[in-house]
Design a protein around this ligand. Sequence first.
Ligand code: AMP
Length: 359
Amino acid sequence: MIVGIVGAGQLARMLALSGIASGQRFVFLDPAPDACAAPLGDHLCGAYDDPALLDRLAERTDAVTFEFENVPENSIEFLSGKVAAYPGVRALATARDRLREKTLFLELGIPTPAFAAVDSLKQLRRAVRDIRLPAVLKTCTLGYDGKGQYLLRKNGDLERAWERLGGVPLVLESFVNFDREVSIIAVRSRNGETAFYPLSENVHRDGILRTARSRPGDPFEQQARSYAERLLHELDYVGVMALELFQTGDKLLANEMAPRVHNTGHWTIEGAETSQFENHLRAILGLPLGGTAATGHSAMINLISELPDPAGILALPGTHLHCYAKMPRPGRKLGHVTVLAHNEHVLQVGIDQLSLLIE
Ligand code: AMP
């Protein structure tokens, strides 16, 4: 079967690496001539909204998916009229706009940090009176890895934040003094079958994910599953979805959802019965889903800005190195390492040793 992917970055690359093993072929649409997934399939090099290229993508494939949520909605709408395109337009439209996303969370009874829409400095002042400081001002669309965000600590920060971000639709949300960040990776097939991976516990620094570790048997798993299940059902979702949450005390608050395979699920490549990439492909191609149980204890550590010496990494027990073949640039995700262990203690030692090598 031939799969089309809008975007040819590292997520598309890992999807293709997984699918090629079971005989699938790939066609990518991406404007970057050196996109890192391109060597793994046919590359339609051009804009995400080029109708001629979208036509070719649809004609040449059995199903189409996308690797990031900033794809123009119209492109997926257009593709949906010609080929099976998953997850659908509604999932994309919801996930690419923080205000829509949080509104849907509330409609489905999924708790979120308090939030308010902000379109002017006056509205920002009013929202700060309601929500109180500290609070985070975020652009509704096109934010990623902490970009398009401003942390407001005191009233004097409001004008600077407005100058920095104003002019596009914004959302103000209360700053959550969380105990930890977690995410759940969920998958739903074309016939409505669902499966959930164990919770992932995540650490971000400067808005960028640094580590994600599997937490099989986590006491918050059921709560997270229930929230993800509501979203899958409501959106008639097909494919893998990630839901990122803050844990505060005995509660989970939803931060955001991603309508795609997700960085906090990379540990599933070696650490689960079936990886998130394989299950996404199985789902969109109408194949039975694979098991999602963890096969042990595992963690993923992102390689950001530069790649360390591979021999040093691989000398540590239980490590697997993934490089995305991208040019190094400050703040850019260039690869990741998975570390596997048979218990939590050994895993922590592995994470500490890796962190020393990488930082
Ligand atoms: P986001 O792009 O919304 O996922 O934000 C990136 C990271 O910034 C999150 O994973 C958190 O570490 C932090 N962050 C975002 N929003 C909040 C918030 N309301 N309270 C506390 N930390 C936040």
